[in-house]
Design a protein around this ligand. Structure first.
Ligand code: MTE
Length: 320
């Protein structure tokens, strides 16, 4: 993710595509993931999951979403974006230890028949957990394949009986500067907010995510509850959600407010629409050999057959 150039940030810190920076962050990630990160990846992701992560019970594997060998647990949890914990890709793992994801409540409001404040356990209880292996594509031209655990967001939303005026769904991340050191500086306009059209939110691929690799979400990956919208750039997949609102109008979103020329509301993965400062036509798989060629980025991140119909008649160059 690029930082839209908030005050006090050096240009070197907002150009993740520079050779120097990419090499530095990859090398730092390698420190967490082991030297194998810079070597061609193994066929499986069989690295150890630390015992402190609680196993989630009763997970059903959804084979329809499997997209090749997943990245390792260390890559998924050690190299990522969560600006509430800092700007560097290793900051979320390093700085999220004080964060307390339980107890947790989520507010439901807006255009719905059922609204109020709901306990995390009550939101989960009726929904059997599924493991889905999704390709996850960040805007800076890197991707991972990740075994997320969750349930379809639409199944949860239907419980609140959205009204016919509910055209969008807005999401908000928790605001806790005492536990999230990144929120103590104004790098972004906190709290982080995101939104989807109601059709996107109800689409069966959209996952209300509570775990990864069969264990509860680590803090750095958005504990205890986050979105995964696999056909969109990673910034749409908002973490540590405390509010879900049904709205009539398109809600504001953090990145399109910070840099409207660079990040749109839709943010569908689209190799034909470049980011103003770099190409989106190819991507590097995190964990692949450092000097291996990038691979072509697929429209809708490889999920075109399932989701392209959502956008029939919409100009996806203007609505980027
Ligand atoms: N959600 C919040 N609240 N804050 C963030 O900084 N970063 C986004 C998204 N969700 C972000 C967020 C971006 S830019 C990406 S690429 C993904 O989270 C990273 O998710 P991951 O940690 O599972 O790789």
């Amino acid at each position: 993710m690029l930082i839209g150039r908030p005050a006090g940030i050096r240009p070197s810190e907002i150009t993740p595509e520079t050779v120097f920076r990419q090499r530095r962050t990859l090398l730092r990630a390698a420190g967490l993931a082991g030297a194998a990160t810079l070597l061609p990846r193994a066929a499986t992701a069989a690295d150890a999951i630390p015992a402190r992560y609680r196993r989630l019970p009763g997970i059903r594997r959804d084979p329809s979403t499997t997209l090749g060998a997943p990245n390792t647990f260390a890559e998924v949890t050690g190299y990522n974006n969560f600006y509430e914990f800092g700007l560097d890709k290793t900051d979320p793992a390093e700085n999220s230890g004080q964060f307390r994801p339980q107890p947790w409540r989520v507010a439901i409001d807006g255009e719905a028949g059922v609204t109020g404040s709901f306990d995390y356990a009550d939101l989960l209880r009726p929904h059997p957990l599924e493991e889905r292996i999704y390709r996850f594509r960040c805007v800076e031209a890197w991707s991972m394949v990740v075994p997320w655990v969750g349930f379809p967001l639409g199944a949860l939303l239907k419980r609140f009986r959205p009204t016919s005026r509910a055209k969008y769904v807005a999401f908000e991340t928790v605001y806790r500067p005492e536990e999230m050191p990144g929120q103590r500086s104004r790098t972004l306009d906190w709290p982080y907010v995101e939104g989807l059209t109601i059709a996107e939110a109800m689409h069966p691929l959209t996952l209300m995510t509570v775990g990864v690799y069969g264990v509860e979400l680590p803090n750095q990956n958005g504990a205890p509850l986050r979105l995964i919208v696999p056909w969109k750039y990673g910034f749409k997949s908002i973490k540590s959600i405390v509010r879900i609102s049904f709205t009539e109008r398109q809600p504001p979103t953090t990145w399109s407010a910070a840099a409207p020329g660079e990040y749109g509301f839709y943010a569908n993965v689209n190799p034909q629409v470049d980011h103003p400062r770099w190409s989106q036509a190819t991507e590097r798989r995190i964990g692949s050999a450092f000097f291996s060629p990038k691979q072509p980025t697929l429209p809708f991140n490889g999920y075109a057959a399932q989701v392209a119909a959502l956008y029939r008649g919409l100009d996806l160059v203007r609505n980027f």
